[in-house]
Design a protein around this ligand. Structure first.
Ligand code: CP
Ligand code: NVA
Length: 303
């Protein structure tokens, strides 16, 4: 039976830990994995722009001995040309897996049902699982054991927040999500993360108060306006500015590190100085996108 990677929500803590350690092993011993996708072809369909995800998948697949075909769904007018079920079923005739970045999570579940090969979520409106794997790999490299560590997510409750909550809960890492009123993480996903956390002892919390961010290990933020959100920046900037990850918040939080999935907007959600500071893990996160994804591909296609 084929397995998709859409959310990580149905994974066990043990499976998640094994995947994290596989990513470490692949990063440390790339030569041992240089042919795990030998002769395999992967298609990547992107409805939205991407730098990190696209390039890290393309180079990552190459490093595993496979071949990637990139389809820019917007530039090629693929969206709406035919039913997405037909697109997915056709791609599965030639490809061994489909990587998709889409607007609606529903598009991924429809593709996964129609395709006889694994579908991997490269970001949708609700989740960004590949990002969260890279982020916890980064923290695992810094701290070792993640149980008892605390990540404070500050800003807009979005796809990245949701995946950080789910994967953090699975790995036993405490996550506190601090957002303005009206921009909280999806309540059903938050509750799901709390349920998962019962297995690992992680604390999954939310707040509207930046003052609640005390004694944490890392501050994490993301854009205030995700791709596809047409809200003018001017309409939300005043509301979000108190949630900016800046030197004052960083000092008060007790955190050692700052994180951002990128693309970052310097001096909006995070200050330029923090991005360029010794506390910044941004480039380690970006590098780890490839190692995490290569672990996912190895697990799904050669596990
Ligand atoms: N972090 C991330 O997914 O970056 P891209 O949108 O550039 O792929
Ligand atoms: N929340 C952001 C993440 C970008 C990688 C977005 O969806 O645009």
């Amino acid at each position: 039976m084929k397995h998709d990677l859409l959310t990580f929500s149905d994974w066990t803590p043990t499976q998640m830990q094994i995947l994290l350690e596989l990513a470490v092993t692949i990063k440390q011993h790339p030569a041992d994995y240089s042919n795990v996708l030998g002769g395999r072809s992967i298609v990547a369909v992107f409805e939205k722009p991407s730098l990190r995800t696209r390039v890290s998948f393309e180079i990552g697949v190459h490093k595993l001995g496979g071949h990637l075909v990139y389809l820019d769904a917007q530039a090629n007018s693929l969206v709406g040309r035919e039913d997405i079920r037909d697109t997915a079923a056709n791609l599965a005739c030639w490809a061994d897996a489909i990587i998709a970045r889409v607007f609606a999570h529903n598009t991924l579940t429809t593709m996964a049902a129609a395709a006889k090969v694994p579908v991997i979520n490269a970001l949708c409106d609700k989740f960004h699982p590949c990002q969260a794997l890279a982020d916890y790999l980064t923290l695992y490299e810094q701290f070792g054991e993640l149980k008892g560590r605390t990540l404070a997510y500050v800003g807009d409750g979005n796809n990245v927040t949701h995946s950080l909550l789910i994967v953090g809960a699975l790995l036993g890492c405490n996550v506190i999500s601090v957002t303005p009123q009206g921009h909280e993480a999806d309540s059903a996903i938050f509750t799901l993360a709390q349920d998962i956390a019962k297995q690992t002892g992680a604390r999954i919390e939310k707040s509207h108060a930046v003052e609640a961010i005390k004694g944490v290990d890392v501050l994490y933020t993301d854009t205030w306006l995700s791709m596809g959100d047409k809200t003018p920046l001017a309409a939300i900037k005043e509301k979000f500015m108190p949630y900016q990850v800046n030197e004052t918040l960083f000092a008060n939080s007790g955190a050692r590190f700052v994180m951002h999935c990128q693309p970052a907007h310097r001096d909006l959600e995070i200050t330029s100085r923090l991005i360029d500071s010794e506390a910044s893990l941004l480039m380690q996160q970006a590098e780890n996108r490839m190692h995490g994804q290569n672990a996912i591909l190895t697990h799904l296609l050669a596990g």
